[in-house]
Structure formats: structure tokens, C-alpha cells
Design a protein around this ligand. Structure first.
Ligand code: UT7
Length: 319
């Protein structure tokens, strides 16, 4: 069986910064509440007339350049998104067009905040089983478009951003040594965003992001802990051998609670939710990109995603 690994990474976010103090002027909230309940201090959001495509392309081009792969050699592009600029064609085709990856097959994938992990696992399977060599996985999210900026319980939580990973089975250096995907469809109503039906019927309230925050919180903490134990086991590795754990960035309290339950002192848990908020499927990529320069040969890095669906997934990388 061919080995698959990561050979390039990129990330990008809009210039516009929305701080907690900006939000104080928009809804009945406070910097103090937002920081203590979520750890978020600011987030990046698109300007009104911007799309997310430019940022996905920026991240993708960064990953491509780092990998040294010519655009025409990219075999496929998977773009994770719950918030594309438009419904069709898949945003992945636009990313490939902008990169001039003119031989690529392309599709979008929606697994909400678990999307990047789902994308990497799907790409890994393609690279193991199909006649392909290079696959680009991108994540581009603009959840700000689905927020009701009069609802303090949701509008403070999210930001916009993009990330990209290039994968290959051609002598990869940073190996994917285990993956896990999961879902609980019975809990599909716990985190929702509406669709065209709501827009066309002017049901704006049902169009906006909504969640059962407390249920999702408990689920997330439990799932991070569970995946921290089960994913390394698949590769014959002990959890305490993991050097870096990069969970989906939804709330610092989720990350801290999970970190506390992880008894191993050897694992550093990475967080950047203070500066980006929850960027859905882009969040793990943005965090991974920030710490990429710190890894050493042999380091084990676990990515853990969770979100609407409810969905979850893990990817274990050996540097
Ligand atoms: O990526 C998708 C996955 N989603 C998640 O991972 C989210 C998981 N859940 C969470 O992160 C947390 O549940 C939240 C941050 C969403 C909420 O935190 P909480 O500690 O569960 O707060 P709460 O919803 O129970 O609200 C507590 C109080 C309420 O007031 P009362 O009823 O106690 O008087 C809210 O009205 O805080 C109030 N509140 C706010 N106050 C000031 C809610 N939002 C705000 C706000 N500013 N922005």
C-alpha cells in the first residue's frame, strides 16, 4: 500500500478585524463575557463585497509553492466548505481554475467543522487507491455570512478564513499514519444553518446559524479526549507519544477542558481561537500553519475535528 503524506501548507484570512469591542457596539455583550466564555478576542471577517475564493486561492498557492508541484500535476482538488461563494460549480473548480490546475477533478465537501479532516482522509484514500499522485485539500469558510448580528449568543463566536494542504504519495516526508472519521446523524439538529428554502421564503431567522451550545460543548470535550486515545492506537502509538494536539478551534474552554482530561504531560495543545474565533473547517488548517515551523523530524501531530452533523474525525501525522 502506498504511503501518503503532506508536502505543503498554506493559510489566509481577511484583513478586516472584528474585535470584541466592535461587537460591544453592535449587541448587548462585553469583551469580558466573550473572553471568559470563549477565549475569543477578535476574528477576521470578509468585507461586504468580498468572497472567500481569493483567500482559499492564496492559501492553496502557498501550499503548492511549498510542495514544489507544478499546477498541471495536481490530480484533484477537494474544497471543504459549508459556506461557498455560490452553490455551483463547486468552489473547488474555481480554486483549480485560479491555480491553473487544469487537469484536476474537483469537488466540495461539507462536513462542517470536521471538513478539513474529512478532506484529508478522503484525499489519503484516493492517493492510496487511485492512479493519482498529488491532491490539494482546501478549506474556505465565511460563517460571518450566516450570522445574525443582533443575536449575541452566536454572532460573537465565528470568523472567516481559509487553509490548504497538499498531499502526495510520491515519497512523502510528513506521513499520515492514521485517520478516523465518524458521525452521529441522530444529532443533526444540534447545529444548523438554513438554506435556499429559508431565503426564498424570507424565513431569515431559520437561515442563520443556531446551535445547542451546551450539548455541543460536552460532545466536543468528550470527542477530543476519545480521539486522542483511539487514533494513535490504530498506528500502534501511545497517546502520550503525541507531541502536538491541534483540535478544531471553537472555544478555549472546550480546548482547555479536553487538555485537562488528557493526563499526558508530553502533549502540547495548540490554540489560536483568541485571534480567529471559530472559522469552521478552516480552523485546524490556520492553527497547523501557525506552528508548522516548530515541528521536528519524527514529531507526532494529531488533528481533531468536530462539528455539525454531528461529525468528527482525526488525522495523525508523523513529521
Ligand atoms: O463549531 C461548531 C461547534 N460549536 C461549538 O463547539 C460550541 C460549543 N458551545 C460553546 O462554546 C458554548 O456553549 C457557548 C460559548 C456557545 C455558550 O457558552 P455557555 O457558557 O454555554 O453560555 P450560555 O449559552 O449558557 O449563556 C449563559 C448566559 C445567558 O444568560 P442567562 O440566561 O444566564 O441570563 C446568555 O443569555 O450568557 C448570556 N450570553 C451572553 N452574554 C453576553 C450569551 N451570549 C452572550 C454574549 N454576551 N455574547
Amino acid at each position: 500500500m502506498k504511503q501518503v503524506g503532506i508536502c505543503g501548507i498554506g493559510a489566509a484570512a481577511p484583513q478586516k478585524v472584528l474585535t470584541n469591542f466592535d461587537l460591544e457596539k453592535m449587541v448587548d455583550t462585553s469583551d469580558e463575557w466573550i473572553v471568559t466564555r470563549t477565549g475569543i478576542r477578535e476574528r477576521r471577517v470578509l468585507e461586504k463585497d468580498e468572497g472567500i475564493l481569493g483567500y482559499i486561492v492564496e492559501a492553496a498557492e502557498m501550499a503548492r509553492k511549498q510542495s514544489g508541484i507544478a499546477p498541471e500535476h495536481i490530480d484533484f482538488v477537494i474544497n471543504s466548505t459549508l459556506s461557498p461563494d455560490r452553490i455551483s460549480p463547486a468552489q473547488a473548480f474555481e480554486v483549480a481554475r485560479e491555480l491553473q490546475a487544469n487537469q484536476a477533478f474537483c469537488f466540495d465537501l461539507n462536513a462542517a467543522c470536521s471538513g478539513l479532516v474529512y478532506g484529508v482522509a478522503a484525499a489519503e484514500s484516493f492517493l492510496k487507491t487511485r492512479d493519482v499522485k498529488y491532491g490539494l485539500v482546501t478549506a474556505g469558510e465565511q460563517v460571518s455570512r450566516f450570522l445574525d448580528y443582533t443575536d449575541r449568543s452566536t454572532c460573537v463566536l465565528f470568523g472567516d478564513g481559509a487553509a490548504a494542504l497538499m498531499l502526495t504519495n510520491d515519497n512523502p516526508e510528513h506521513l499520515i499514519i492514521a485517520t478516523e472519521l465518524g458521525g452521529n446523524p441522530a444529532m443533526s439538529e444540534e447545529v444548523v444553518i438554513g438554506g435556499v428554502r429559508h431565503l426564498l421564503n424570507n424565513q431569515h431567522n431559520d437561515y442563520y446559524f443556531k446551535q445547542n451550545g451546551k450539548t455541543v460543548f460536552r460532545f466536543a470535550v468528550g470527542k477530543i479526549k476519545e480521539l486522542y486515545e483511539t487514533v494513535p492506537e490504530k498506528a500502534g502509538i501511545r497517546p502520550d507519544q503525541i507531541k502536538y494536539l491541534i483540535p478544531h478551534q471553537a472555544n478555549i474552554r472546550i480546548i482547555d477542558a479536553a487538555a485537562k482530561e488528557i493526563v499526558s504531560g508530553g502533549t502540547e495543545v495548540i490554540a489560536n481561537v483568541d485571534r480567529y474565533g471559530n472559522t469552521s473547517s478552516a480552523s485546524i488548517g490556520l492553527a497547523l500553519h501557525e506552528v508548522w515551523g516548530r515541528f521536528n523530524k519524527g514529531d507526532l501531530i494529531l488533528l481533531v475535528g468536530f462539528g455539525a452533523g454531528l461529525s468528527w474525525g482525526g488525522v495523525l501525522i508523523q513529521w
